[in-house]
Write a protein that binds this ligand. Structure first.
Ligand code: HDE
Length: 760
């Protein structure tokens, strides 16, 4: 006690606590050696991962790879703290950032402590509301490059000549989940692109599915209230598999086309880099002569369209909830820039009228590609990760109303409602009308108008005139006339009514088209998805109503789902129109298999399972070869550290079976080395790893004693139909085997392995 009192007396007299010199005194203002690393500029390699590097832009504020000069306007607001002293928001240098100001070391804090108060006040207010939908997202910078001159169709500046580049910022998202929800849930994905054109911002705010749930904006709040977590207990998170969603769905049969897409593998993409994007609505292109065409926008990924499988998606949500975010980030950091081709389906109003069986203003309908082919018009490359998630990805404000001269709306009643909703939502989310001045939202085109004031105004307008017409400022800023946005003068006439055209009442023709255009594996997945979702629904009548709707789509589909739910097939849902269900010929482009892509094994994650006694020379050879071809190999072991190899040269483990489970990899290798194979054969996690690889249709390469490991894991050597399994490579010759393995990885999955329930 004496000692404590003595030290307290001592403390009272001294400015710093003498027993903790490291936290106080001069030491605290100088960064500790080792604790303060000079940020490096790592060279991107195929194995670059977020686990081992920071963004290469940290350090000098300028991106090296993928630098896009058109994005330079953001440079003026980039902040780099390297080598700088800490300051308050007022720029006053802060001497001590560890202790509040106190009256005596053990005394109360002083109200005067403006440094503490500024810091804590800012912290207290650092959250903003998440987006009411599409809260969970990831974004990247890049550019759009036009393939040619589209001026006969549109006067939009970004399409004015071949090779012209326009900066873009793209945000991918899920719809239902909160900001922190998992990436791999079953959901529509948002695909929103902000084009910073010289004539202003064009936002193409699309989804990865070409149609929508509802036909009229009036129903949007109901749809979202139904699909979001139920309001009494806020469950389930990021999932449509609950009663309220399917209750709404069964009573809104316009949903059935979109529902087919949402139950398909489109709703569980392998990667944001491997999914299509669609503008959904019919828009208008308008040329300089004022002539208009209808248009549907399509994004097609160069990496091909690939999906997860459901069991994998569920496990991934636990293994890495950031799976898609990480995948996008890592691909860009490694220099494999995601690329998409922009395509347009262009047709005239007369052509649209001739389609007859569907209305192009109905957003639950697509225009089949055999009626109007997709014409490629440019490519988009995403070559730079954001510097700051909040400043860019969170604060970006997309808006369906942001169009530029040459692009115009149609009367699609969903689009018309969106024109209002997006600006409106930003007023709350970004707190006021000046969100266009947030750097990520500001156009590269100049802004001149008489809008003034509001919270957080950045622009400093000069002069006394803030109105129009004026003479005191020489009439400036003056109207641009034909150089500005001129609304297409569509002729409109009609009674003021609430209702919809008769053709909007036909809900099943295109749902059937989608179903008949799917491969057998995709069809199986759709049935299984309905089974999963509807099994989670608790109310039998709600389940039955969905199956009754499916009877109108295809009786065989309804039969399969009903059998899985253990119910008889109900009578078909009453239809909203007497129009017959139109027949469309199957359209191969609606299958994910239609686009294998050109990426091969690049960016594919491949696990090499090792333990003590592994053939190290073989592992090193395989690793180097996969890396050279752009894959991301990982040495996966039972625990961190090195394993001893056959040649007594230690091999470092990169990740463990526990932290890097099977679902994180696109394929796996079981190298030779009997001691290693024996050891792994004793480890249930290794066997589970191999079984999951097999169950999820992934390529497996087993060499030497690795082949026995396959047997221990009870992996069937042949397909259920007795045929050879093209994804199971157990060839004796390592060279041929590696080539066959790479080919199998590039083919993505072996769907023919699937049985229900799974064999493994
Ligand atoms: Fe959206 N939607 N939406 N939506 N939407 C929003 O805007 C809305 C619709 C889409 O990454 C919100 O800034 C209405 C179709 C994407 O920031 C909100 C209707 C399509 C994103 C809104 C629709 C979309 C949003 C929420 C029916 C595909 C994310 C936060 C009339 C073509 C953009 C925000 C981002 C976001 C309203 C229907 C795509 C509330 C009223 C159809 C990709 O304004």
């Amino acid at each position: 006690l004496d000692k404590v009192e003595a030290s307290q007396d001592l403390a009272a007299d001294m400015p710093f606590n003498p027993t903790k010199p490291a936290e106080y005194g001069d030491d605290s203002v100088i960064p500790h050696e080792g604790a303060h690393e000079t940020p490096s500029m790592p060279v991107a390699t195929a194995s670059t991962t977020t686990e081992n590097i920071g963004s290469r832009k940290v350090g000098d504020g300028l991106p090296s790879i993928g630098h896009n000069p058109l994005n330079c306007p953001l440079d003026r607001v980039r902040v780099d703290d390297s080598g700088r002293e800490l300051t308050t928001n007022q720029g006053v240098k802060v001497s001590n950032n560890q202790d509040t100001l106190k009256i005596g070391l053990r005394g109360p804090s002083a109200l005067e402590d403006f440094i503490f108060r500024e810091k804590i006040t800012h912290f207290d207010h650092e959250r903003i509301p998440e987006r009411v939908v599409h809260a969970r997202g990831s974004a990247a910078h890049g550019y759009f490059e036009s393939y040619g001159d589209l001026s006969p169709l549109t006067r939009a500046a970004l399409f004015s000549k071949a090779g012209k580049r326009t900066p873009v910022f793209v945000r991918f998202s899920t719809v239902v989940g909160s900001r922190g929800s998992a990436d791999t849930v079953r959901d529509v994905r948002g695909f929103a692109t902000k084009f910073y054109t010289e004539e202003g911002i064009w936002d193409l705010v699309g989804n990865n599915i070409p149609v929508f749930f509802i036909q009229d904006a009036m129903k949007f709040p109901d749809l979202i209230h139904a699909v979001k977590p139920e309001p009494h207990h806020e469950m389930p998170q990021a999932s449509s598999a609950h009663d309220t969603f399917y209750d709404f769905a069964g009573l809104s049969p316009e949903i059935f086309h979109m529902l087919m897409w949402v139950e398909s593998d489109r709703a569980i993409p392998r990667s944001y880099r491997m999914m299509q994007g669609f503008g959904v609505h019919t828009f208008r292109l308008v040329n300089a002569m004022g002539e208009a065409h209808f248009v549907k926008f399509h994004w097609t990924p160069m990496a091909g369209t690939h999906s997860l499988v459901w069991d994998e998606a569920v496990k991934l949500a636990g293994a890495d909830p950031d799976f898609h975010r990480r995948d996008l980030w890592e691909a860009i950091e490694a220099g494999y820039f995601p690329e998409y081709e922009l395509g347009m389906q262009v047709f005239t109003e007369q052509q649209a009228a001739s389609f007859g069986v569907f209305d192009v203003l109905d957003p639950t309908k697509l225009v089949p590609e055999d009626l109007v082919p997709v014409r490629p018009v440019g490519r988009m490359v995403l070559d730079r990760n954001p510097d700051n998630f909040f400043a860019e990805t969170e604060q970006v404000a997309f808006c369906a109303a942001h169009v530029v001269p040459g692009i115009d709306f149609t009367n699609d009643p969903l689009l018309q409602g969106r024109i209002h909703s997006y600006i409106d939502t930003q007023l709350t989310r970004l707190a006021g009308p000046n969100f266009h001045e947030i750097p990520i939202n500001s156009p590269v085109a100049q802004v001149h108008n008489n809008q003034r004031d509001g919270f957080h105004r950045q622009a400093i307008h000069r002069g006394r005139v803030a109105y129009e017409p004026n003479s005191l400022a020489g009439g400036c800023p003056f109207q641009a006339g034909a150089r500005g946005f001129v609304t297409f003068p569509a002729h409109e006439a009609g009674d003021k009514v609430r209702g919809k055209p008769e053709l909007f009442g036909e809900h099943y023709g295109q749902a059937r088209l989608f179903w008949h255009s799917q491969s057998p594996a995709e069809q199986r997945h759709i049935v299984n998805a309905y089974r999963f979702e509807l099994t989670r629904v608790q109310t039998p009548a709600v389940r039955e109503r969905i199956v009754a709707g499916l009877v109108n789509v295809d009786p065989a589909l309804a039969q399969a789902v009903a059998a899985d739910l253990g119910i008889p097939v109900p009578p078909p849902l009453p239809r909203a129109t007497e129009l017959p269900i139109p027949h469309y010929p199957p359209s191969p482009s609606l299958s994910l298999l239609a686009r294998p892509g050109t990426l091969g094994i690049k960016t594919r994650r491949i696990a090499l399972l090792v333990a003590d006694g592994v053939d190290g020379a073989q592992v090193r050879h395989l690793y180097a070869s996969l890396l050279k071809d752009g894959a991301q190999p990982r040495i996966v072991g039972q625990k961190l550290g090195a394993v001893q190899t056959l040649e007594h040269c230690p091999l470092e483990i990169e990740i463990t079976l526990e932290t890097g489970p099977s679902v994180l990899y696109d394929a796996a290798v079981l190298p030779a080395g009997s001691a290693a194979s024996n050891k792994l054969a004793q480890d249930p996690r290794a066997l589970e790893f191999i079984r999951d690889q097999y169950r999820h249709g992934k390529a497996l390469l087993a060499l030497g004693s690795g082949i026995e490991l396959l047997d221990t894991a009870r992996i069937p050597r042949t397909l259920p139909d007795g045929g050879a399994d093209p994804g199971l490579i157990v060839d004796g010759d390592p060279h041929d085997a590696l080539a066959a393995f790479k080919a199998a990885v590039a083919r993505h999955r072996v769907w023919a392995r699937e049985t229900d329930p799974p064999r493994v």
